[in-house]
Design a protein around this ligand. Structure first.
Ligand SMILES: CC(=O)[C@@H](O)[C@H](O)COP(=O)(O)O
Ligand SMILES: NCC(=O)COP(=O)(O)O
Length: 239
């Protein structure tokens, strides 16, 4: 069964827009868990425009489900933050400076030695590691050589092409998933997954362990309510 990890970056964006503590990020995380979320994801960025470094400590102290911290391990501050908090999982994302959001996976061939070193640092601290990759068989194959436990398939292209031709859009993800199984990697996925495209993705990718979803889920919650929305997303993952 695929686990749903709710990404709460957007809750922090809303909170920060007024400088106070409304909405309360910790309360929302605990409510997400109460409403059925099987994990909480955050993606602290160096400018702390949404998740602040202190939020990570506060969340770690309170949440009970799997904590997934995503981010750029080239930032020493990020590495220190993850090691100090020891989440269930760290997801390594190759963010460039000033990016609005994540827009590409790692080149695991070019950065193989570097990733090997980073994976070893996090795994030695008892943290499961996932590497964010595009759905490219060669990238999955090289990711395995870094010693990572999992990959997170970057699903923006799938989401973008879903309405045009979903059978075609899913093909690179199926190939990447088969390669991941062959080389012994667990599979996560995320970015732009939503209530429309999630079910077909989850049904098509064998052994999908986790999806992390933020932007669409929080947007849906404005209309449908957080509890109802989380239940609807969970329903898409049951097949
Ligand atoms: C790695 C990934 O796809 C998500 O973590 C995404 O980058 C969310 O980050 P933002 O909320 O800053 O867009
Ligand atoms: N890893 C993907 C994630 O956490 C959320 O991405 P999005 O749903 O905000 O696009």
């Amino acid at each position: 069964m695929t686990k749903l990890s709710v990404n709460i970056n957007k809750i922090a964006t809303l909170r920060n827009s007024r400088g106070g503590n409304n909405p309360d990020l910790i309360k929302v995380a605990l409510d997400c868990e109460r409403f059925g979320s099987e994990g909480i994801t955050v993606h602290p960025r160096p400018d702390e425009r949404h998740i602040r470094y202190q939020d990570v400590f506060d969340l770690k102290a309170r949440i009970a489900t799997e904590f997934n911290i995503e981010g750029n391990c080239r930032e020493q501050k990020f590495v220190d933050l993850v090691l100090a908090n020891k989440p269930a999982q760290v997801t390594l994302v190759p963010d460039a400076e000033g990016q609005i959001t994540s827009n590409h996976g790692w080149d695991t061939i070019k950065h193989k030695d570097y990733l090997k070193e980073m994976v070893s640092i996090f795994k030695s601290a008892g943290i499961r590691v996932s590497i964010f990759v595009d759905p490219v068989v060669e990238m999955v194959e090289a990711a395995a050589e870094s010693g990572t436990d999992r990959i997170e398939l970057y699903t923006e292209a799938y989401a973008h092409n879903y309405y045009d031709n979903r059978e075609k859009a899913i093909l690179p993800y199926i190939a990447a998933a088969h390669k991941a199984h062959e080389v012994g990697l667990g599979i996560n996925a995320g970015h732009d997954l939503d209530l429309h495209n999630l079910k077909y993705f989850a049904e098509s990718i064998p052994g999908l362990l986790e999806v992390s979803i933020g932007h669409a889920l929080i947007s849906d919650a404005l209309y449908l309510g957080l509890e109802n929305t989380i239940q609807l997303y969970l329903k898409q993952l049951k097949h």
